[in-house]
Write a protein that binds this ligand. Sequence first.
Ligand SMILES: Nc1nc2c(ncn2[C@@H]2O[C@H](COP(=O)(O)OP(=O)(O)O)[C@@H](O)[C@H]2O)c(=O)[nH]1
Ligand SMILES: [Mg+2]
Length: 305
Amino acid sequence: MTEKTGRWQRWRQGLGKMKEEVKNRFSQIWNQGKVDEKEWEELEENLIQADLGPQLAMELTEEFRELKESSPDKDWKEWLFDKLYSLVKDNHSQWFSQADPQKLKVLLLLGINGVGKTTVAGKLAYAFSHQEERVSLIAADTFRAAAENQLEVWAKRVGVHCFRGSPGADPASVVFDGIERAKKQGESLVVVDTAGRSHANRNLLAELGKIGRVAAKNVPPEQIENILVVDALAGQNAFVQADSLSQVIPITGIILTKWDSQAKGGIIFRIRRELGLSVKGIGVGEGVEDLIPFDPEEFVRAVLS
Ligand SMILES: Nc1nc2c(ncn2[C@@H]2O[C@H](COP(=O)(O)OP(=O)(O)O)[C@@H](O)[C@H]2O)c(=O)[nH]1
Ligand SMILES: [Mg+2]
């Protein structure tokens, strides 16, 4: 199997889990005569298990129940498609949609430790350099030399420059210097890797705010994407992370990682509904090409196919 087909296969496998939970259950309930209270509750529970969250699970169950009871001649699949699609159709999958292509763009990666920020930085540098962008990486995770080395390995693999500050440098100053350098080099995009930040650590959060302000001061807002990287398995935690980080920096989109390790997919609907943030990409492995762009319509079709 080539790396390319493997990547799409892993994307579909993640969908498969949600399919089982969601589609099959809807189908079963629709086709049976009488549905008792317990079965409606089970449907709701299944939707929660598929990571749609309690609010959406309740809403879908109630609306589906109403449809079954009042319009049994309706096409429930069409109803479900419309319902699910309405949740994701306004997702802005495009990067930097208002940006001036002549000017430098900055893509900041945020999130807690271990979610896959550094890996995403490498994958994005790869993807963008194949779209005619002149890309460099900035290592703003200055706490551990190992973190910078890891980014440097990605930079070599992808064939882009990796900007590093002096050991222990203030990350905001590294971002400033990295942006200056990229401008001088006539580059079109810098991808900034940052240290993991838990919502519990106020100092680190304040520092992230500072990084965001340094970028905002040197680059116009339409040239900046502040991307929250979350593990697709994070469930409720993803929402806690988004909440705390958005208090120090304006989040412009989300990348979900580790889709290949038992993700359930419902989280995408929940992110749209509860955070209103756009999903920009999905990580499906550790390879350089294992980042899938998010297409809302294709996603819903695949869930219900
Ligand atoms: N299976 C899988 N592993 C991933 C993915 N993205 C990152 N990883 C792994 O997750 C671990 C942490 O990634 P890293 O980029 O260092 O996370 P960071 O701490 O946020 O920078 C590494 O072992 C990565 O190889 C993904 O999409 N799928
Ligand atoms: Mg890292």
